[in-house]
Design a binder for this molecule. Structure first.
Ligand SMILES: NC(=O)c1ccc[n+]([C@@H]2O[C@H](COP(=O)([O-])OP(=O)(O)OC[C@H]3O[C@@H](n4cnc5c(N)ncnc54)[C@H](OP(=O)(O)O)[C@@H]3O)[C@@H](O)[C@H]2O)c1
Length: 244
């Protein structure tokens, strides 16, 4: 699939990896819708940056854990662009939840945002994609979906669910819609992480460093423009974390 003139939706696109992906797709001449939930100021800045690149762009506020808001999000894309070719499920929460203090609320928060959200987006987006013949869905998972780390149980389980969701959706939606996932390793540290913790993580990565948002952007571009013969699979962009 070539991106020129295609309509893409990036969830959580106002900041960090979602923003980097949205801008890269606009540079490839895609028309870009993105969702945000609380980052209204960053959303305005990203919208302006997309427009500076000459892209037709749309920012939509939505809580993706709610079906009514996801339906409304996809309907806004349909009304503005009349079609949808690519959905990038990037939005997620990443909260430390030590097992000893874990609550039902922690579980619901992670699973609702990180698994139910991508499911709802895929459900409604795929109906719009199918009306125009097909499309692609790319889910952002995590290498910790396969090798969970301590103190993040709901997060790791939600991302393991994303790998299952990717395979099951790929089967349901073939052949018209291809569904794949990217499992990043350490790319962008959460703002709250200390320098010492960042260095400790880098030492554990076989390639000895953090990745760069461009590593994820390049993988997204490959999954959209590089091949139309992948579905149900996951690419690990993790500096070798999986084999550490
Ligand atoms: N950064 C990394 O190194 C890394 C590593 C492994 C995996 N990943 C995965 O890659 C993706 C992007 O990473 P990131 O670090 O850029 O993500 P992030 O900054 O943690 O979150 C992206 C956005 O998700 C949105 N979000 C969270 N819950 C939401 C909800 N219920 N409804 C709507 N939006 C919601 C937030 O939007 P608002 O700010 O507008 O509220 C947030 O800005 C995520 O899926 C993440 O799990 C990232």
């Amino acid at each position: 699939m070539t991106l020129d003139g295609r309509v893409v939706l990036v969830t959580g696109g106002a900041r960090r990896l979602g923003r980097a992906i949205a801008l890269a797709l606009a540079e490839r001449r895609a028309r870009v819708a993105f969702s945000y939930r609380t980052s209204a100021r960053e959303a305005r800045q990203t919208l302006a940056a997309l427009e500076r690149l000459g892209a037709e762009a749309l920012a939509i506020r939505a809580d993706l854990s709610r079906a009514d808001e996801v339906r409304r999000l996809i309907e806004r894309v349909r009304r503005r662009f009349g079609r949808l070719d690519v959905l990038i499920n990037s939005a997620a929460t990443f909260d430390r939840t030590p097992f000893g203090a874990l609550t039902e609320r922690d579980w619901d928060r992670a699973l609702d945002a990180n698994l139910k959200g991508p499911f709802l987006c895929a459900l409604y987006a795929s109906r719009l994609m199918r009306a125009r013949g097909g499309g692609k869905i790319i889910n952002l998972a995590d290498w910790a979906a396969v090798r969970p780390y301590r103190d993040y149980l709901p997060y790791c389980v939600s991302k393991a669910g994303v790998l299952g969701l990717t395979r099951a959706l790929a089967k349901e939606l073939a052949p018209g819609i291809q569904v794949t996932a990217i499992a990043p390793g350490p790319i962008l540290p959460p703002g709250r992480m200390s320098q010492a913790a960042r260095e400790r993580i880098a030492r554990r990565v076989p390639l000895g460093r953090w990745g760069d948002p461009q590593d994820i952007v390049n993988t997204v571009l490959f999954l959209i423009e590089g091949t139309d013969f992948m579905t149900g699979s996951t690419i690990f962009v993790d500096g070798g974390q999986l084999i550490a």
